[in-house]
Design a protein around this ligand. Structure first.
Ligand SMILES: C[S@@+](CC[C@H](N)C(=O)[O-])C[C@H]1O[C@@H](n2cnc3c(N)ncnc32)[C@H](O)[C@@H]1O
Length: 276
């Protein structure tokens, strides 16, 4: 790592270890990443050259689903877990373009996200960023900043983009999600995007998913490519909104989409569930 990078990094940010949010930022063409993150990204790009398109497809899925929640489902408050570094088209910008004054609570545990988030995401009294770990859902729900912006008597948009696959099986992602959904009012919506291993249906893609999983865990200590059944189980107790759980570019694509099917097309899926 160039010495100047550590010197220029905001306090609390360790530039000797790669971070999920910074590698993802690099894939999206962002500038908030360091040499150590770019080395991991280079290794990922060797096995999945279209990883940047997958990251882009995830952001486009985010744009379409948040618009859907704000415009069609009448949601005016959003809880965005594992929100990541600010980028083009942040949740509050999308939600407020449809529903001015919509409230957004961003949640992340990475110091760099908190530093940049405080500057660019927590922009006025309608948005805030909470420093919390998704593995402690009660801390998120009970945080005074969450309580100040989210009225749990009204429907909430619970956004779980690219986060549940960063929980290992023994960290019980299903019950973590359940604890977050439990206090939500009827009519709330849950959006999930998740790394997917298609198994025997697509053997070559499945092999690539296993390779990516090994690589992520070696460098970042996290990353699970789950089966369709495992991901569908997250929607238990919710009504799955059409078109169901699909590759991200297939969820109500519109004319503003750029995604092109590539290697990662079937390894990143998403869906929306409505709490009855
Ligand atoms: C791949 S990024 C996704 C960013 C954004 N949600 C999106 O989909 O574009 C995953 C984010 O989850 C955060 N994250 C990972 N594990 C977490 C945890 N246990 N608690 C809170 N945030 C976590 C990372 O810091 C990172 O910012």
């Amino acid at each position: 790592m160039p010495e100047s990078e550590q010197e220029s990094a905001p306090g609390g940010i360790d530039t000797t270890k790669p971070s999920v949010s910074r590698v993802y930022d690099y894939m999206l063409g962002g500038k908030d990443n360091y040499e150590i993150d770019r080395q991991v990204a280079a290794a990922v790009l060797k096995i999945a050259p279209d990883a940047p398109q997958a990251a882009q497809a995830n952001r486009e899925f985010l744009r379409r689903t948040v618009r859907h929640l704000a415009a069609e489902a009448g949601i005016r408050q959003f809880l965005d877990i594992g929100s990541g570094l600010p980028t083009q088209g942040n949740v509050h910008e999308i939600a407020q373009s449809v529903s001015p004054g919509a409230h957004v609570v961003y949640v992340d545990h990475d110091p760099i996200v908190l530093v940049h988030g405080r500057a660019l995401l927590a922009v006025d009294e309608t948005t805030t960023i909470v420093n919390a770990d998704v593995r402690d859902p009660d801390a998120i729900i009970g945080d005074p900043k969450t309580r100040a912006l989210i009225d749990f008597e009204e429907p909430v948009g619970l956004l779980m983009f690219g986060i549940l696959h960063h929980l290992a099986d023994d960290e019980n992602p299903g019950s973590v999600l359940g604890r977050l959904v439990e206090p939500l009012a009827s009519g709330s919506h849950v959006v999930i995007s998740h790394f997917h291993n298609p198994g025997e249906a697509l053997p070559e893609v499945s092999e690539q998913a296993y390779t990516a999983e090994r690589l992520f865990n070696e460098h970042l200590g996290t990353g699970r490519w789950r089966t369709r059944e495992q991901i569908l189980a997250y929607f238990d107790g919710l009504e799955l909104v059409e078109p169901g759980l699909v590759p991200l570019p297939e969820w109500r694509a519109d004319s503003a989409d750029h995604a092109t099917p590539g290697i990662t097309y079937h390894t990143f899926v998403g869906g929306v569930g409505r709490k009855p």
